[in-house]
Write a protein that binds this ligand. Structure first.
Ligand SMILES: Cc1cc2nc3c(=O)[nH]c(=O)nc-3n(C[C@H](O)[C@H](O)[C@H](O)COP(=O)(O)OP(=O)(O)OC[C@H]3O[C@@H](n4cnc5c(N)ncnc54)[C@H](O)[C@@H]3O)c2cc1C
Length: 552
């Protein structure tokens, strides 16, 4: 028997033993921008959280799952009720949940999943596949759709590994979290190289189901490109793709499963491409004139096939906030300030580069990239600042907890566009965010970075830190997010480069994939999930098409 995991904060992100502190410099910086950090938005005790009453689980589902794998206690239901977007976290802190699964069922094998899905289909029970629960787009919200009850199918029991060290592939269980998968691979001398900021809790199955991208994706590839073959267990049988480096047999069914967000079935394991552990690593930081100059450097590197393993460019506003929040007294902070003084300028954009591989490859790539950054006007800040970024690369969500604790609104959204429309997308979305914050009486900071680059374009990742506004964050954020989605679509960007669709983007996808696209997805769903039990209301939600935007 595997129990659901209970090792993170139930009300938000992270290891409860890791403190969530803001720091004086951050408080000062926020205060100067009119963002008060004086509120106390601590969560209640868990036994005071109000959740919808549970509907008893149908006997057929109980016997398919095995009674010992069914958990109906409030703590487990609460831990599976929300993902990790701002509205999810606000609701948890307020202690009143709109949705909760009627039961959490932990699955530990493919045959068990098949039996559970079959029983749920005949009993009319909705199923929400649950990996790490780190979705920021409402992907794990336990919606019932047309059904009487809903279970959260927790895949924590699937943690196997099989390595083929000749082909450099590994079969990884869907329930392995990022650090677990990397530790198992490292014992054998390998790495997957997938490091999203949610690495600590997100799982292999979740990476596949959402087409995730990691901080090192420029070097190792996005998760979808690491998938060599994949399996999907559906209420109507199993789909599996051949383990082969490539095939020309029809459209890629692998791509039907990767990114399916739990609406077609459950991914029990994924065959991934692995690499030997890198012998050398080097991280460093640079300052360039402004965001545009940084993006141009990245475009040049991408188009010359010279991208390092990691490259990210923060816009001027993110650079300032990062330096205040994360590196206030470190080497980067003082060098940055000195540099600004020398140049008599007020802005500048931070660039982080990282190189991983053999010592020779790291040396070669570093020389190429450094030359191009210098040519683009960059000033070297050194390895200490790069190492500082590397050390704190998974700490952002803890800072967000600290801000939420003080009643500050923090949310992110991301998109991508080709280079010809990239600058326009940045400006359009930024302007929309700023003007909607102002229209709702919210004082905020809008910042952005580029972290995934291609020959033809790049991602843009926006962070908003603001006051909640007079009507409160739950009322105001959906309006801001709606403005951002509309701006993204008007500027030709994708609704998401790597966070996926979930519930939040479902009403908007017709604008991206068109009516035929929606119908094609609906036909796939009809084939694999005719009773519509799989993750209702996510990705494909024709009933909400054109309706109101993300809100709870
Ligand atoms: C602080 C933070 C930082 C983040 N940073 C990044 C980032 O850098 N890059 C990035 O790509 N994303 C990021 N995300 C988003 C999120 O972590 C990813 O979408 C991740 O891939 C989700 O993995 P998970 O295991 O938590 O999936 P969950 O949140 O549990 O599920 C996500 C979706 O996939 C479905 N699903 C999960 N497992 C399976 C399965 N085995 N079979 C079928 N369906 C399944 C769920 O039903 C749901 O629709 C971040 C999120 C947070 C909170």
């Amino acid at each position: 028997m595997t129990e659901p995991r209970r090792d993170s904060r139930w009300w938000g992100w992270g290891d409860p033993d890791v403190p969530t502190e803001l720091g004086e410099a951050a408080e000062r910086m926020l205060g100067e921008r009119g963002i008060s950090t004086g509120a106390d938005a601590s969560p209640p005790e868990i036994d005071r959280v109000e959740i919808p009453e549970a509907v008893p689980v149908d006997e057929r589902v109980l016997s398919a799952a095995g009674a010992e794998n069914v958990f109906t206690g409030n703590e487990d239901r609460i831990r599976h009720a929300n993902g990790q977007n701002y509205l999810d976290l606000l609701e948890l802190r307020e202690g009143r949940l709109q949705h909760a699964p009627d039961a959490v069922i932990v699955a530990d094998s493919g045959p068990r999943i098949a039996a559970i899905l079959e029983a749920c289909a005949s009993a009319g029970v909705a199923v929400v596949p649950f990996g790490g629960g780190s979705s920021v787009v409402g992907g794990v919200t336990p919606l019932k759709g047309d059904h009487e009850s809903v279970i959260s199918l927790d895949l924590a029991g699937l943690r196997g590994i099989e390595v083929d060290d000749r082909s450099l592939t590994a079969k990884l269980g869907a329930g392995l979290r990022g650090p677990e998968a990397e530790a198992l691979l490292a014992e054998r001398g390998f790495t997957l190289g997938h490091y999203p900021q949610s690495f600590e809790y997100a799982t292999i199955g979740g990476f596949a189901a959402t087409r995730s991208a990691g901080q090192s994706s420029s070097g190792y590839g996005r998760f979808d490109s690491l998938v060599s073959s994949i399996r999907l267990i559906t209420p109507e049988g199993e789909l599996s793709t051949l383990s082969t480096p490539h095939t020309s047999i029809g459209p890629a069914l692998r791509e039907v499963v990767v990114g399916s967000e739990g609406i077609l079935g459950v991914i029990p394991d994924v065959d991934v491409r692995i690499r030997p552990l890198p012998a050398a690593r080097r991280y460093e930081a640079w300052i360039v004139e402004d965001f545009e100059a940084g993006c141009e450097i990245v475009r040049g590197l991408a188009q010359a096939d010279r991208l390092p393993t990691i490259i990210r460019v923060s816009d001027d506003s993110e650079t300032e906030v990062n330096l205040a929040m994360a590196l206030p007294s470190g080497a980067a902070g003082s060098l940055f300030r000195r540099y600004l003084k020398l140049r008599g300028r007020e802005g500048g954009a931070l660039v982080i580069t990282g190189y991983e591989g053999s010592p020779a490859a790291v040396h070669r790539s570093r020389s190429d990239v450094a030359r191009e950054i210098r040519r683009g006007g960059g000033v070297y800040l050194g390895q200490a600042a790069g190492k500082g970024w590397e050390k704190g690369r998974f700490h952002g969500p803890y800072l967000r907890e600290a801000l939420l604790e003080r009643g500050v609104l923090v949310e992110t959204l991301e998109t991508a566009q080709q280079w010809s429309g990239h600058r326009n997308l940045y400006e359009t979305v930024r302007a929309a965010l700023k003007s909607e914050l102002a229209a709702n009486g919210m004082e905020g900071i809008v910042m952005c970075h580029l972290s995934h680059a291609y020959r033809d374009g790049a991602s843009l990742y926006f962070t908003v830190i603001s006051t909640q506004g007079p009507d409160g964050g739950a009322a105001n954020w959906p309006k801001v997010k709606r403005a951002a989605c509309a701006a993204i679509q008007s500027a030709g960007g994708t609704l998401s480069h790597h966070h996926a669709t979930g519930r939040d983007h479902a009403p908007w996808i017709e604008g991206e994939i068109g009516t035929s696209g929606i119908e094609a997805l609906a036909a796939l769903k009809e084939r694999f999930d005719p009773s519509g039990i799989m993750n209702p209301g996510k990705l494909l939600d024709a009933s909400r098409a054109g309706s109101d935007p993300p809100s709870r």
